[in-house]
Structure formats: structure tokens, C-alpha cells
Design a binder for this molecule. Structure first.
Ligand SMILES: Cc1ncc(COP(=O)(O)O)c(C=O)c1O
Length: 395
């Protein structure tokens, strides 16, 4: 049996007519730059996330870059983030001449550990230089935002959520002792999404967005998005061409209507994997550590909360690389996110971060493996994946 890591075609086939109609409408409109398609999609994403504004961007990377630009981050500044994420999180900081400073991850969730953030923020040599905090909601589960927002608020440091993998993921915030589910991207000063095709909301090319409820920041983001142009040919800052393509916006607007259904299917697949791995005895035997959806219990009392959107379903295993090769040979698509933590990347070898010790990120980099989790994955396919993993460890 062939089980791909992702099957975009299976998702698109039932949407074909809707998407073709949206593409035709965009073509006929002849408004390909900053047109009505993009504005409609911006409004719909902002409403979905619970923010005032959405600003379409050319990619998740550019959403992060534009956010840091709009916040005035530059040379001499430090941005506090996680070492265990996609490169763009750190790349956006370095491209502005700023430097990253890393807080290690919580080994249970792979997200930034608020206790480690607290240590860095109380370090007298760093404190005044940290000009932004950038938590990443890795694999589709929100970082523990309440303590991060509390610390950032107390020190007046802006928070940019890298929510590239987490659109729609909800966090149980306990503001003023009231439980409030807040969507990824809506909690910090702004939140950044990627519409890379493999994301839960994926386009047919590159795309991204920043959401925010800070009107001033939204205005700046719109300026930064068009080369810092405030009125035609009057440039107040150096920005870039960071605009979201109208065609992508039209396609994504169609797909947004189906997003919650896909999130639910991914959660159903995760629940089934859990059952299968437990039945196979792989969890008790210590071979497979399942992903921990830390907000699941709180969500149980309510209906249909996207407490984890499983952009990736990541297990922790011994002999990871051998298992990976074995599964690939069996025609099962698996992947490693991420084999090298950011502080170990060659491009930062000359920076202070390369000497930092991040034991949890370093361990995760050699032990984790992503399995297929896409919505259309069948029960039979999940059974096959688990059966093959069982045969690997029991042979
Ligand atoms: C955590 C994270 N940040 C940023 C990005 C960058 O997004 P894009 O590929 O749309 O530039 C990604 C995309 O893979 C990501 O996973």
C-alpha cells in the first residue's frame, strides 16, 4: 500500500468547481494586485481569527519579516524565539541585522518553554536588548501563551506569533480567571500565517498573512508591504514587495470555508493513531511517544474546539533514522521536522547563539518523526502505518 505524507489532489478534487469559478472570477476582474479578492480574504481570515485586521503577504516568511520591520527591529536588537522551528523564524530576524536569542523547548510539546523565557528576560545582560518575543505554534498546537503574554506585557516587549503552522488552532487563555479560547495569531501584537501548499490552509503557490487588532501596526504593515510607500512614490521606510497574489487569495478564500472540517478530520486521524499505537503495545513498551495535545482535556467539555490542528503528527522514537528509512522503503511518506536546531546551523556559527546549549531541541532533532495525518488519510492507511512500525520494532 502507498501512503503519501500529503495528498493535495485528494483534497482538491471535491473542490474543483468552486476553485475554478473563483479563478475565473479573478481572471475576469483583471484586478490582480491588491484587488477585491485579496480584501475579501483578508476580512474573512481576520474574522475567523478574531482580529480587527488581516494583511495579505507574499509568504509566511515575508509576513514575519514585514512584522519585524513594522515594529522597527534592526541592528543591535535581540529577538527571543525557539531553536526548534523552520528556518524562516530565525531568517527574518537575521535579515534585519538583529540577532536571535533562544529559549529551549518544552520536550512534551516542542514549543518554547515559558520558564526558559523568564530566565532570559531576567538576565541583566540581555533584558534591555530583547525587542520582540516570537513564539512558534509548532506542528499546529499553540505555545503556552498566557505566561509569555504576561511577561511581555510587564516589560512592554511586543509579541509576534509565528502561527505559520497553526491557523485556527485554539488556546485556552485564563484571562482574569475566565476561560477564553483564543485563536493562534490573535493573542500577540500580531500573528503570521503561511499558506504554503502543505499547510492546513494551503494555496497553489506561496502566500501568507499577518493578523492584528492594533490599527497602527496594521497601517504600518500595509505601508511596509508596498516598499514603504505612504502615498504614491513617497517612501517613508524601506519595505518590500510583500503583497499576496489575488489569484492565491481567491483560491484560499474558497478553501477557508472548508478549514474547520479538515481540522476535525486531522484530529479524528490523530485519535485513531493513538488507539492503534496503544493497541499495538508500542506506547507501553516505550517505543513510541505520541504527540501530547496539552489542551485536549480542557476542550473536552466544549463542542468541537480546534485545540490542536495537527499540521504535523510527530512521534518520538528510538532509532529514528532507521525507522524513517524503513517506512520510506515500505512506501510510507514520513519526514523529519527538523533535523538541525537553529543554533546549530552553519549560517550562525559566528554568532553567540551557536554556543548556547539547547538540550531539549537537540534531542528532539534526533528522535522525532512526522507521519501522514492529512484529512483524507483512510483508516486502512493508518492501520498499515502502525502495523509497519510495530513490525520494525518487533522484528
Ligand atoms: C514555523 C514556520 N515559520 C515560517 C514559515 C515560512 O512560511 P513560508 O514557507 O510561507 O514562507 C513556515 C513555513 O514552512 C513555518 O513552518
Amino acid at each position: 500500500m502507498h501512503v503519501p505524507l500529503l495528498d493535495i489532489k485528494a483534497q482538491l478534487d471535491p473542490l474543483n468547481d468552486e476553485i475554478m469559478a473563483a479563478i475565473k472570477e479573478t481572471v475576469d476582474s483583471t484586478r490582480y494586485i491588491l484587488g477585491p479578492q485579496m480584501e475579501s480574504f483578508e476580512k474573512n481570515v481576520a474574522r475567523y481569527c478574531g482580529t480587527k485586521d488581516g494583511i495579505g503577504m507574499s509568504s509566511g516568511t515575508d509576513a514575519l519579516l514585514a512584522s519585524l520591520m513594522a515594529l522597527g527591529i534592526g541592528p543591535g536588537d535581540l529577538v527571543l524565539t525557539t531553536p526548534y522551528t523552520f528556518f524562516a523564524t530565525m531568517g527574518s530576524i537575521l535579515r534585519l541585522g538583529a540577532e536571535p536569542v533562544f529559549a529551549d523547548i518544552d520536550p512534551d510539546t516542542y514549543n518554547i518553554d515559558p520558564a526558559k523565557v523568564a530566565d532570559l528576560l531576567s538576565d541583566i545582560s540581555l533584558k534591555d536588548k530583547i525587542k520582540a518575543i516570537m513564539p512558534v505554534h509548532l506542528f499546529g498546537q499553540c505555545a503556552d501563551m498566557d505566561p509569555l503574554l504576561e511577561m511581555a506585557g510587564r516589560l512592554d516587549i511586543p509579541v509576534v506569533e509565528d502561527a505559520a503552522q497553526a491557523i485556527g488552532s485554539s488556546y485556552p487563555s485564563m484571562k482574569d480567571n475566565n476561560l477564553q479560547w483564543r485563536r493562534a495569531g490573535s493573542m500577540g501584537d500580531c500573528g503570521c500565517f503561511s499558506f504554503f501548499p502543505s499547510k492546513n490552509l494551503g494555496g497553489m503557490g506561496d502566500g501568507g498573512m499577518v493578523v492584528t487588532s492594533d490599527e497602527r501596526l496594521a497601517d504600518w504593515l500595509r505601508v511596509v508591504r508596498v516598499h514603504g510607500d505612504i502615498t504614491q512614490y513617497h517612501h517613508v521606510v524601506v519595505g518590500g514587495n510583500f503583497r499576496l497574489d489575488a489569484m492565491q487569495a481567491a483560491i484560499l478564500d474558497v478553501k477557508l470555508r472548508h478549514l474547520h472540517k479538515w481540522h476535525s478530520a486531522r484530529r479524528r486521524n490523530a485519535a485513531h493513531y493513538k488507539e492503534l499505537f496503544q493497541q499495538a503495545g508500542l506506547v507501553n513498551a516505550g517505543y513510541v511517544q505520541l504527540p501530547h495535545a496539552v489542551y485536549e482535556d480542557q476542550a473536552a467539555a466544549e463542542k468541537d474546539i480546534d485545540f490542536h490542528i495537527y499540521n504535523q503528527y510527530v512521534i518520538r522514537v528510538p532509532d529514528r533514522d532507521k525507522l524513517k528509512n524503513f517506512l520510506l522503503e515500505q512506501s510510507i511518506g514520513v519526514a523529519v521536522y527538523y533535523p538541525i536546531p537553529l543554533h546549530k546551523q552553519n549560517c550562525v556559527a559566528d554568532l553567540g547563539v551557536s554556543r548556547m546549549s539547547m538540550p531539549h531541541a537537540e534531542k528532539a532533532a534526533v528522535e522525532t518523526l512526522a507521519l501522514p495525518i492529512y484529512p483524507e488519510l483512510t483508516g486502512e492507511m493508518r492501520e498499515y502505518v502502525v502495523e509497519r512500525i510495530r513490525s520494525f520494532y518487533e522484528s
